[in-house]
Design a protein around this ligand. Sequence first.
Ligand code: ZN
Length: 459
Amino acid sequence: MSAAYVHPRLVPVFEHIAKHGDAFVERLKEYVRHPSISAQNKGIREVAELASDMLGALGMSVEVVETAGHPMVLGRFGSDPSKLTILFYGHYDVQPPEPYDAWVSPPFEPTVRDGRIYARGVGDNKGQHFAQMLAIESYLAVHGELPCNLIFLLEGEEEIGSPQISEFVRSNADRLKADLVITSDGPLHISGKPIITFGVRGMVSFDLKVRTAKRDTHSGNYGGVMPNAIWKLVNLLGTMRSPDGTITIDGFHDQIIPPTELAHRAAASLPVDLAEFMDELGLSELDEPKDRAFYDRLMFHPTLTINGLNGGYGGEGSKSVLPCEAVAKCDVRLVDAMTPEHVLNKIEEHIARHAPDVELVRRGGMLPSKTPMESEFTSPIKQAITMAHGVEPLLYPSLGASLPDYVFTKTLGIPAFVVPYANADEANHAPNENLKISCFMDGIRSGAAMMMMLGDQKR
Ligand SMILES: [Zn+2]
């Protein structure tokens, strides 16, 4: 713990947390001992019940809600209209532990080594939402009541892509009515500094398919007569993005809401060691356009990526074939407020103009999500995290990747913040997943501090 300023009402809560630290670690070990592997449907039901019991023991009214897939665990504490309501979101399922022999200690026999707890799910995500639960317990133990109302939502299918979350949130919107959402998942910055993330990019995938003849032919006997499917496809792709990096599809950028000055400044102030980054990847240059700042690229601009190009012959030696069929697999990363549907419509119109015999196959998509950094909740969360960690958090306007955060910001229409608790080398999804005990303790303090600072906001 650091010597940074801590609110007087939090001091005894932090003392309680420190005093019970060892017991909290033992209880976390007990929780992660239970497998809940969504991909293999192992232990899901048992752990849903276990999580439900743990929330019930805090005094929450809890329900295990059935979905078309694995159940959601939904808890509620308090409904005082004069208090702020925080929705904590997490997931009780874990990744498969295979390969077992790569684990130093077995994945479901939690073991402490060098100040870290090793177990599948300890960082992603059980240790993080359990820290929120212990924050609630500790705050109640000291003050007898909470400074806010709480909704606790634990999903059982996050590790298999959250197939039910969108429908669940839509049909339970009234029960999920909160002032804001806090998700604690993922890692802290590599330096150990805490992070607050305000959004994610969205995405949409599609295929481009073309067939020019009934069959492949001889490139001599038919060359110059039969159109080549791969040329057709690469010519089309060439009209979609120019060599300087500009996406040249009419209307593609229509929906974009440019980032605010505050978001720009936040992105520019994030630490990045470009030389080390390029060295690690073996890069001699960054993608076009060259004059774009590192985090601007990841946070504020859409991309058009060719994931794969298939057709013709790619094997050993040569084969003088004239291919009749070619497929490009592509994805687009979307920024606020682009939608998968609009983007695919614009791509379809583009194809109709440039290569009408190419077929567009629409695949799945996910909306982007953005919480304004100007939100009234930014300052109390930032202060809370600073008190809990002793250092100020880094503010990420967005992640480059995609998560279904839109269910909160768009479906429920409330701000959503991601405040991770795990160490950067937590090895989630990999063997020897671990959580530093110090990060776990910082997480419990963070949960308590956020409830208090946010609760005070409304008083
Ligand atoms: Zn995960």
